[in-house]
Design a protein around this ligand. Structure first.
Ligand code: XMP
Length: 327
């Protein structure tokens, strides 16, 4: 059975067995809806769009066209993983667009956080629409809408963030195969579809990506420092058993330099701030108590491996008063 809304008595999908049943039902429903037509999907590599892609690949194979836009603000290894998993392993029809220069040029000298978000969101839609226009015969647009998105938009909490934003003349019928699922169910379904754990159980990552972790105007050197320090933090959290335990953890490189000493010489370089928080709904958050020895190890690795960084700080601020992201 396939539903348009989540039935009140729907059993929570917690097991592979329940996930397989959901997958079988959805595959049949997708084939019925799409028939021999083509479906377009913006594949970010996040949990929801990845699960939608895997479901559609199972249902309609090459009739799905995935577009992965790299806005230059993704974490280290993410675009490569999208290509490896979807193009190489699942044989998906994947268009990869490296739009890094385009985004960074538009963001040059822009300091206001909301303006940065608007530029990133707007440019994303433009790049995606440009790719869509190059394709013939697309009739459907797939989206990773989930049940909380629908509830929140019905209750006026937030605009339904997935609902298009594409130019007026681009009209597609929507395909939303995970729209009655809660996030934890999407993960169980993703695992049953064979997606890797680090894709299915990944921590939340904001749409504007590392752009909001480079406060003020984004520069390429600070962006690189954010990306490299974030990769070290993720690697160390995984090694030390904190990966599945801490809700969200990342680094920020603010736009000030401070004096330090490196190789016996004065250095004037950036600082990396580490943030690691736990929460259930992201409305409030508590700071993780990172073991001091791990902290010292992180400081050592970041200051010696990340170019242009001479200082590491830890953010002890819960939410409130600090938000989880810095801007
Ligand atoms: P804040 O910083 O408001 O973050 O405490 C709460 C949660 O939302 C994420 N976040 C975003 N997600 N687009 C997103 O898709 C955004 O612009 C955005 N800003 C914050 C943040 O990472 C945290 O999980």
């Amino acid at each position: 059975m396939v539903f348009d809304r989540r039935p009140d008595d729907m059993v929570r999908i917690t097991t592979t067995e329940l996930a397989n049943q959901f997958i079988a039902d959805q595959v049949a429903a997708l084939r019925e809806q799409v028939k021999d037509k083509k479906v377009l999907l913006a594949l970010s590599g996040g949990v929801d769009s990845s699960v939608v892609a895997a479901l559609l690949i199972k249902a309609i194979g090459q009739q799905l066209v995935c577009v992965h836009v790299n806005h230059g603000l993704l974490r280290k290894g993410e675009p490569e993983q999208v290509i490896e998993v979807f193009r190489n392993q699942m044989n998906a029809n994947l268009i990869y667009v490296d739009a890094t220069d385009r985004f960074l040029d538009k963001l040059k000298d822009v300091t206001d956080p909301e303006t940065k978000r608007k530029i990133i969101g707007g440019e994303f839609i433009e790049v995606f629409a440009e790719e869509a226009r190059k394709l013939d015969g697309i009739e459907f647009l797939a989206q990773g809408t989930i049940w909380p998105d629908i509830l929140e938009s019905e209750h006026g909490i937030k605009a339904h963030h997935n609902a298009g934003g594409l130019p007026e003349d681009m009209k597609f019928e929507l395909v939303e195969p995970v729209k009655i699922l809660f996030k934890d169910e999407v993960r169980v379904v993703g695992k049953a579809l064979g997606l890797p754990d680090n894709m299915v159980f990944r921590q939340p990552f904001p749409g504007p990506g590392l752009g909001v972790r480079c406060p003020g105007a984004i520069t390429r050197d600070r962006l690189e420092a954010v990306r490299e320090s974030d990769a070290i933090l993720r690697e160390e959290f995984a090694k030390n058993g904190l990966e599945g335990k801490v809700w969200q953890y990342f680094t920020v490189v603010p736009d000030f330099k401070s004096t330090g000493v490196k190789d016996g010489k004065r250095s004037f370089e950036w600082s990396v701030i580490i943030r690691a928080v736990n929460t259930s709904d992201a409305m409030t958050a508590e700071v993780e108590n990172i073991p001091f020895a791990l902290m010292q190890h992180l400081v050592k690795r970041i200051t010696s491996e990340v170019k242009g960084v001479n200082r590491v700080l830890y953010d002890f601020t819960p939410k409130p008063t600090g938000t989880i992201e810095f801007e």
